[in-house]
Design a protein around this ligand. Structure first.
Ligand code: 5GP
Length: 195
C-alpha cells in the first residue's frame, strides 16, 4: 500500500452518493508534505517526458499542481477558471464541464496567452470520477494545439468510467490511488493493486 492509500484509509470518509471526503488533507486543509510525496511520485512516473507546463482546474487542483511543479523544474502552472458568464471574449479557450460534486455545468476558460502549440502539458487534478473535468481540460489543450504528455491524478474512483475512458485514448494516466470499491455503510475502502 502506498503513502496516499494509507492516508485515505486513515483520514478519508466514505459518503453516500459515491463521494470520498478527503478534505482534512487533500482538498480543503492541505497536507503539504503529502503533496511533496505526490510530486516526487509523479516525477518518477513521468520521468523522461518533456513537460514545460502544468494544467489544472480550480479550485482543488491548484495547490497540488503548484507543489508538483516543483518536481518538474518549476514549470508554470495554469489553471482553468470556472466562468460565471457565457460572455467570454475571443481571447479565451473554453469548454463545458459537468461538475461531479455540484451536479451543475460550468464553462471553464483559459486565456490564449497561457497555452499554445509549443506546450507539452501535464494535467494534474485531485479526483477522477466520470472524467468530465479532464475532458474539458483536454478540449482546451486541443484548441491551443498543445501536446498532452500525461495526466496525474491523486485519487481515481475506478468504479466510475473516467479512467477507462482516458486510458482508451492512449494517454498516460497515472493515479496515485485507485479506489476499486467503497462502502458508505461500513466505511470500507478497497484499492486496485498497482505496480
Ligand atoms: P469528474 O469530472 O471526473 O466526474 O470529477 C472530477 C472532479 O469532481 C474533481 O475535480 C473533484 O473536484 C470532484 N470529485 C469527483 N469525485 C469526488 C469525490 O469522491 N470526492 C471529492 N471530494 N471530490 C470529487
Amino acid at each position: 500500500m502506498n503513502f496516499l492509500e494509507e492516508r485515505i484509509l486513515k483520514d478519508g470518509i466514505v459518503k453516500e452518493g459515491n463521494v470520498l471526503k478527503v478534505d482534512s488533507f487533500l482538498n480543503h486543509q492541505m497536507d503539504i508534505n503529502l503533496y511533496e510525496q505526490m510530486g516526487e511520485e509523479f516525477a518518477r512516473r513521468f520521468a523522461g517526458k518533456n513537460i514545460n507546463k502544468i494544467l489544472t482546474i480550480e479550485a482543488s487542483g491548484i495547490g497540488i499542481a503548484c507543489i508538483v511543479a516543483r518536481h518538474f523544474g518549476n514549470v508554470p502552472v495554469v489553471f482553468a477558471k470556472k466562468a460565471k458568464s457565457i460572455n467570454v471574449d475571443g481571447e479565451m479557450y473554453t469548454a463545458e464541464v459537468m461538475s461531479f460534486t455540484h451536479k451543475n455545468k460550468n464553462q471553464v476558460i483559459v486565456s490564449k496567452k497561457f497555452l499554445s502549440e509549443e506546450d507539452h502539458i501535464l494535467i494534474i487534478d485531485d479526483f477522477l470520477a466520470n472524467g468530465c473535468a479532464l475532458q474539458g481540460l483536454m478540449q482546451i489543450i486541443r484548441q491551443a494545439g498543445g501536446t498532452i504528455e500525461g495526466i496525474g491524478i491523486a485519487i481515481e474512483k475506478g468504479f466510475q468510467p473516467g479512467g477507462q475512458l482516458i486510458r482508451n485514448l492512449g494517454i498516460q494516466l497515472e493515479s496515485l490511488a485507485i479506489v476499486e470499491s467503497m462502502d458508505a455503510a461500513t466505511g470500507n475502502i478497497v484499492f486496485r493493486e498497482q505496480k
